[in-house]
Ligand binder design. Structure first.
Ligand SMILES: Cc1ncc(COP(=O)(O)O)c(C=O)c1O
Length: 429
């Protein structure tokens, strides 16, 4: 099926916006959406992925290979954002619950959580910060996490080092095996360990961490287990009931394709009272007469505290529906297929070093590679200027590499372009 991308986007976008402008009840919106994607044909998958690509207003050049940084948003998500905001401006009523609860149910079902365990945040960093600031900790209490943690996952803890005397213990990710990472965390456990945290997928090399096994280890030790899922939600299927973590931070504006400034925090319902809310306001609970005792809401809603842009929240739910329509397993498999193609092509290029794990089950659609002579900035700048490829430099922990994120809007032809460009870089730089 050949589609002219811009025509397709225009017709889909305007149609969806038109539907939103009506007065149909909110609950009807998802089912009212037309079937937007062709049936998946396993023999000819590229046509399906071209149809997916047609949903993105993303420019074709430079080729965008940074969904792990900031994921582009499909047009129908933007339409949902603007449609909701426009609709709300027509009468300027708060409508908080009416708008936010359907979105919460959608996201909770997508993540395998109960709606009462999910609160919307502005990003993954805010979710990580709520956990770091909310747990009862004192001087000398220890938190363990990986040295490759993103600043959005590590800085909230370093803030607690300064404010409450918390002690950070770091482990270097073991790229060779899941057990290796469990062993490295185990080696750092002490009677003072209060929290174990990992990135579900690391931002540096796209490595999958053994979350379920670490949950068991942390709980056996009596520690809180928090997962920074910024790089996982929307890239791989996430089932929080199965993972066993106590809390999980999500980014909406990366792999999920939600609007910028969206995220969520999951807190297991049974442990809700262990995370004291830090932002407090009218959505936190009840305090009908002053002075008095604040009664917290019996759900993670307590962390939402004040007025929200409900257009963004509605857009995030739309992004979830779009992913479900594509198929969550299919998204993960396509990313890995593209990454496998990329890895195979890179393998024959002298001097280029693959930093992402090689072991099955540990690597994802993010591939990190190092040039023998060029640092992260020089290598990524070369790819952008000379080959029109937008990758992300990886300078964390002095890795001096470049990360290529491959997602639903990327193609095999784009992978071939990356391989050719890296081959040229190996000779020219
Ligand atoms: C592992 C990890 N955590 C947190 C963040 C920050 O995400 P956000 O922009 O949603 O706060 C990132 C961003 O790349 C990340 O990779």
């Amino acid at each position: 099926m050949q589609l002219d991308r811009r025509t397709f986007v225009q017709s889909v976008g305007l149609g969806a916006l038109g539907a939103l402008a009506g007065t149909a009840p909110l609950a009807a919106a998802p089912t009212a959406a037309p079937p937007l994607l062709p049936a998946y044909d396993a023999q000819h998958p590229d046509a399906f992925w071209r149809a997916v690509r047609a949903h993105y207003p993303l420019q074709d050049e430079p080729v965008y290979l940074n969904a792990g940084g900031l994921g582009p948003t499909p047009q129908r998500v933007l339409d949902r954002v603007f449609g909701t905001m426009t609709e709300m401006q027509a009468h300027s009523e708060p409508e908080h619950e009416r708008r936010i609860e359907p979105a919460r149910r959608t996201l909770a079902a997508f993540l395998g959580a109960g709606p009462e365990e999910i609160c919307f945040t502005r990003n993954a960093t805010e979710a990580n910060s709520i956990i770091a600031a909310g747990l009862a900790l004192g001087p000398g209490d220890e938190v363990i996490f990986e040295s490759h943690a993103h600043p959005g996952g590590s800085y909230p803890w370093f803030n607690q080092v300064q404010r409450r005397g918390v002690v950070v213990r770091l482990f270097e990710p073991d790229p060779t095996s899941a057990e290796g990472n469990v062993a490295r965390v185990r080696a750092l456990l002490s009677p003072r360990t209060k929290i174990v945290q990992v990135s579900h997928i690391t931002c540096t090399t796209g490595q999958v961490m053994p979350v379920a096994a670490l949950a068991e280890l942390a709980h056996a030790h009596g520690a809180w287990f928090h997962v920074d899922g910024a790089q996982a939600v929307g890239l791989v299927p996430v089932n929080l009931a199965a993972l066993g973590c106590d809390s999980y931070a999500c980014s909406g504006h990366k792999w999920l394709g939600g609007p910028h400034e969206t995220g969520a925090l999951f807190v297991r319902h049974a442990r809700l009272d262990e995370i004291a809310p830090t932002g407090i306001g009218s959505h936190t609970g009840e305090l009908p007469f002053l002075p008095g005792v604040l009664v917290l809401k019996p759900s993670a809603v307590r962390y939402e505290y004040g007025t929200r842009n409900l257009g963004l929240v509605a857009g995030l739910a739309e992004a979830v529906r779009f992913q479900e329509e594509i198929g969550r397993d299919r998204i993960a498999a396509w990313g890995r297929e593209l990454a496998a193609q990329l890895r195979a092509g890179l393998a024959g290029i002298p001097g280029i070093e693959l930093l992402s794990p090689r072991a099955d089950g540990l690597w994802t659609a993010m591939t990190t590679l190092r040039h023998p002579r060029a640092n992260a900035a020089k290598f990524s700048d070369y790819l952008k200027r000379h080959h029109r490829l937008r990758c992300r430099p990886v300078s964390e922990q002095h890795l001096e590499a470049v990360r290529v994120s491959l997602h639903v809007f990327n193609s095999r032809a784009e992978c071939d372009r990356v391989i050719a460009a890296v081959r040229a870089a190996a000779q020219e730089l």
